[in-house]
Design a protein around this ligand. Structure first.
Ligand SMILES: Nc1nc2c(c(=O)[nH]1)N[C@H]1C(S)=C(S)[C@@H](COP(=O)(O)OP(=O)(O)OC[C@H]3O[C@@H](n4cnc5c(=O)[nH]c(N)nc54)[C@H](O)[C@@H]3O)O[C@H]1N2
Ligand SMILES: Nc1nc2c(c(=O)[nH]1)N[C@H]1C(S)=C(S)[C@@H](COP(=O)(O)OP(=O)(O)OC[C@H]3O[C@@H](n4cnc5c(=O)[nH]c(N)nc54)[C@H](O)[C@@H]3O)O[C@H]1N2
Ligand SMILES: [Mo]
Length: 869
């Protein structure tokens, strides 16, 4: 019988898209004739027997859950070959047609003009010459590095920040500080209450999955979609856990504006709240507990500080307004009786709260308020006691593996490991910094900008009290930025007020923009020089799938699957290429080869104690045992719960600080983040409530979740996922629009039908979308996932690709918190008429003439002259 050969080799990968801090969602990649033919879930038993690995088990009510013996990647992970071979891949270095470093730079045409092919030699020289010129003319801090962000799981070839190593050697640079965008509310708020956790979430979180499984009667999924966001990093284990909890009789209540994918299959009840109004709901729950006397008084007495002040505020002693369910209902849209029922059940049942990270609840204006109020809710019910925890569901709190020492994330040891390029994005700290949320202000402003706290992801709470200025003092090298080097070109579609970013990127002050990326999309369109990076399929690496939330941690050697597409190079090689122009090749590589680095990383992982280097090289992977004593890990804040004197929290008083003396002292006039959390209706910066006069013009609140079919800006070009009706809406003009979810009643009011092309707009701009009419979202709210690929009709004003962040608010979370506000703001929706579309076609013919394929979106040749070849 003739056997058909379906593959030449199989290589391993982490298919999660979290990027720089360890992998997850492992997969096996089959390669034939130098091409990827398929990507499949990983069988952990490929080269090991199950009996060789010690696994964990959890039990409740006679039901059991264990890790599966194969990985559970999300759909975009399994479809990733379509991303690798996307018609959008950058095949060779490019230069913007009308950018001439020795003549006219035409910065006003960024985002409009096309690109032409140049050679690698020319590209490397151009970039190096610009760096040299800018250094000479202004000083080294005139170069801004944007080198952060999520991305493909790579270690040696980590997706971001390599340029920092080179620029650091050349004297330094201005660092864009990645703000804690995932966790803004926790970081700027909860940190001050429980004093712990680099990101402000509940910490430690050891073993809370087990403890909740065994002891909770109810879990509140508060701004959480376990059927969507665990996919981005580790895959679908959280889904299994939720099904198991249902079997085990643990009640699951969802509090979110939409009946999200998790709610649709797991919810016992859905409580549709208006976006960014959770604080009102939380205050009314506290009110109910006070009047009905249903909170844990002893715990409040012994474990917390400032409850009396919270009580005064909630009961209306402070401001004359009792925070009753009737009061809250008008703000948050939840009926009074539902608020009362929720408060009673929450008090009666042993309850944990689950987020993945918290969603719009902690990514809107004043996000620290609902975040702090959650700590108070949990505190009033005995936080740390059996079954009372805050979850970032399965991301933390899973069983501990044996010998799992160094996760690269939040490990102080990293700080000392400056020598490897691997961790460059984390380590190259600079004197002159700009928080990512303030980049456009830094460019557009007239004077220096000041801010409190850098927002650095790992910063201790004290950083929030430090005052910073950009530019720093002249004597220290302070200077405005004049050149940008980005390997994270998606600010427009992921950060605050993208339209303002577009204008900043077109500023003549910014003389040169270099982008380094595998795909021609988003901010790349505003660059002057584009360098083609390759994907993780095209490099050799070593991957550590030890991210919290990985149900079966492992290490793998990830051999190259295919040769680099076109003339692309790895992010690291690109920087070395430019480094050669400065004679820095040796300095950057330190003479180390990829195999040298693989071995170093294995050593750093504590490799000697786990698996021999020879065995790892031969089998290509190694699976961790669960620690034999994992069940003894004290769950969450149990020690503090048992003995707050012996195990104080990291707050100044060691208690849960419902009232923060540090905030009161440092920011006595801050009405947006007062010492106790409050309901903030509006401020000088933010006026985005339905009560605002602006709501007469823009009567809907925008929610924008993390995409089910992509990870932020990643994967919006995958043909397979774009077929899903919740991924894109095919317009009558043949363009696939980003869906905007709206309630049937809101659509009817506006004469909109499912599938219509509509515009979502406010005074900050217009975003076209495809109407997705559904009762899975409450009235008063629309939802567009963030991250859709930018396709400007008119730069800075009209967007066709659905990049909803072009119209998000510009200001930061609140005046002393440089957080990203991207959810819960006002807009309206209207049907786009034929005449309007025709008018745009006439006014902006170039925008409508771009090479476009509905299956994958804009193509490489949409922006590149002669790009078809
Ligand atoms: N409206 C709204 N906006 C939001 C949020 C929200 O909830 N709503 N959430 C916020 C959150 S939590 C986050 S984390 C941010 C996400 O923001 P980012 O982390 O910045 O977004 P990503 O798209 O994951 O990745 C950044 C870029 O890296 C690129 N990339 C991936 N791999 C590689 C590689 O190997 N090399 C190079 N050079 N580039 C690579 C991707 O294509 C992408 O352009 O968005 C924030 N924005
Ligand atoms: N598939 C996929 N997975 C991802 C990512 C991705 O982009 N795609 N991104 C990764 C990253 S970096 C992060 S930070 C995490 C994010 O993980 P999350 O923060 O959990 O994700 P979100 O989608 O922003 O929000 C979750 C849910 O919150 C609800 N929600 C939105 N606004 C509000 C509100 O104002 N109040 C309440 N109560 N609920 C609200 C919505 O129902 C939404 O489904 O996911 C990670 N995983
Ligand atoms: Mo995030």
């Amino acid at each position: 019988m003739k056997t058909i050969k379906t593959k030449d080799k199989t290589v391993l990968r982490s298919l999660g898209l979290g990027g720089y801090f360890g992998g997850g969602a492992e997969g096996m990649v089959d390669v034939k004739d130098g091409k990827i033919v398929r990507v499949r879930p990983m069988r952990y038993g490929w080269k090991y027997d199950k009996s060789e690995v010690r696994q964990w088990k959890m039990t409740r009510n006679g039901k059991t859950i264990e890790p599966t013996w194969k990985s559970l990647p999300g759909p975009f992970s399994l479809a990733y070959k379509k991303r690798v071979y996307s018609p959008n891949r950058i095949k060779y270095p490019l230069k913007r047609l009308d950018w001439d470093p020795n003549g006219e730079r035409n910065t006003q045409n960024r985002g409009k003009s096309k690109f032409v092919r140049i050679s690698w030699d020319e590209a490397a020289k151009l970039v190096a010459d610009e760096i040299k010129r800018v250094h000479k003319e202004y000083g080294h801090n005139a170069v801004l590095l944007q080198g952060d962000g999520h991305g493909e799981c790579k270690t040696i070839n980590t997706p971001h920040g390599h340029a920092g190593v080179l620029l650091d050697h050349l004297g330094g640079f201005t660092l864009q500080v990645r703000n804690p965008d995932s966790w803004e509310g926790w970081y700027w708020g909860a940190k001050h209450v429980w004093g712990q956790g680099a990101q402000g979430i509940m910490f430690p979180a050891a073993n809370i999955v087990k403890d909740t499984t065994e002891n909770a009667d109810m879990v509140l999924f508060w701004g959480c979609d376990p059927e969507t966001t665990p996919w981005g990093f580790t895959g679908q284990f959280a889904s299994r856990l939720c099904y198991f909890w249902t079997e085990a009789n643990i009640k699951q209540i969802y509090i979110c504006p939409d009946l999200n994918y998790g709610a649709a299959v797991h919810a016992d009840k859905w409580i549709p709240v208006l976006p960014n109004t959770d604080a009102a709901l939380q205050l009314a729950i506290i009110y109910m507990w006070i009047i009905e006397d249903t909170y844990n008084k002893d715990y409040v007495e012994t474990h917390t500080i400032g409850f009396d002040k919270v009580k005064d505020y909630v009961m209306g002693e402070e401001d004359g307004v009792p925070k009753t369910p009737a009061w809250a209902s008008k703000k948050c849209g939840v009926p009074e009786w539902t608020i009362k029922a929720l408060a009673r059940e929450f008090a009666e049942k042993t309850t944990s709260i689950a987020h993945y990270f918290g969603g719009g609840m902690i990514r809107g204006a004043f996000a620290h308020e609902p975040a702090r109020l959650e700590c108070i809710l949990l505190g009033m019910q005995g936080l740390g006691g059996p079954g009372v925890h805050q979850h970032q569901l399965t991301y933390f709190g899973m069983p501990r593996a044996e010998g799992l020492g160094g996760t690269f994330f939040w490990n102080p040891e990293i700080e000392e490991r400056l020598s490897l390029p691997v961790f460059s994005s984390v380590t190259a700290w600079q004197e002159q910094v700009i928080p990512k949320t303030l980049i456009q202000h830094a460019i557009n402003r007239d004077g220096p900008i000041e801010f409190h706290g850098t927002g650095a992801q790992n910063a201790l709470v004290k950083d929030q009290f430090n005052k910073y200025t950009y530019p720093i003092a002249k004597e220290k090298g302070g200077v405005d930025i004049h050149m940008i080097w980005t390997d994270t070109p998606c600010r427009i579609t992921c950060w605050n007020y993208g339209n303002e970013t577009e204008l900043a990127l077109r500023s003549p002050k910014i003389e040169t923009i270099v982008a380094q990326h595998p795909w021609l999309e988003n901010d790349c369109l505003y660059a002057d020089i584009i360098l083609p990076a390759n994907t993780f399929m095209e490099v050799d690496d070593i991957l550590t799938n030890i991210r919290q939330g990985t149900m079966q941690p492992n290490i793998m050697i990830a051999d190259k699957a295919i040769e680099p597409v076109g003339e692309s190079k790895s992010d690291f090689e690109i920087v070395v290429e430019i480094g050669k122009q400065f004679d820095m090749e040796q300095t950057l590589t330190d003479g180390q080869t990829i195999p040298d680095l693989q071995k170093k990383i294995w050593e750093y992982m504590g490799g000697e104690k786990l698996v021999t280097w020879e065995q790892l090289k031969e089998k290509k992977y190694w699976v961790y045992n669960t620690a034999p004593d994992w069940e003894e890990d004290s769950p969450g804040l149990r020690n503090f719960y048992n003995d707050p004197e012996r195990f104080p929290l990291g707050t100044p008083t060691g208690k849960l600080e419902f009232y923060s003396e540090s905030l009161a002292k440092a920011f006595p006039d801050d009405e947006e983040r007062p010492p106790i959390p409050k309901w903030i209706e509006k401020s000088f910066n933010h006026d985005e409530r339905l009560s605002s006069h602006r709501a007469k013009l823009f009567p809907l609140l925008v929610m924008s979740n993390h995409g089910r079919w992509r990870v932020h800006a990643q994967c919006d070009d995958i043909t397979w996922t774009r077929e899903a009706p919740t991924c894109k809406v095919l317009g009558p003009d043949g363009y696939k629009y980003e869906p905007v979810w709206m309630h049937t009643s809101e659509a009817e009011k506006r004469g909109i039908k499912h599938g219509d092309i509509v515009k979502v707009f406010n005074e900050r701009g217009i975003v076209l979308a495809g109407a997705y009419v559904t009762e899975r979202i409450r009235p008063g709210v629309i939802s567009v996932d963030h991250g859709a690929r930018h396709d400007p009709i008119k730069t800075g004003e009209i967007e066709r690709g659905g990049a909803i962040n072009t119209i998000t608010p510009s200001p930061i979370t609140s005046k002393n918190c440089v957080g990203n506000v991207v959810q819960g703001y006002l807009a309206d929706v209207q049907r786009v008429t034929g005449e309007e579309m025709d008018q745009w076609r006439r006014d902006y013919p170039d925008a409508f003439a771009r090479e476009y394929d509905p299956d994958s979106g804009l193509r490489f040749d949409a922006w590149v002259i002669g790009g078809k070849k």
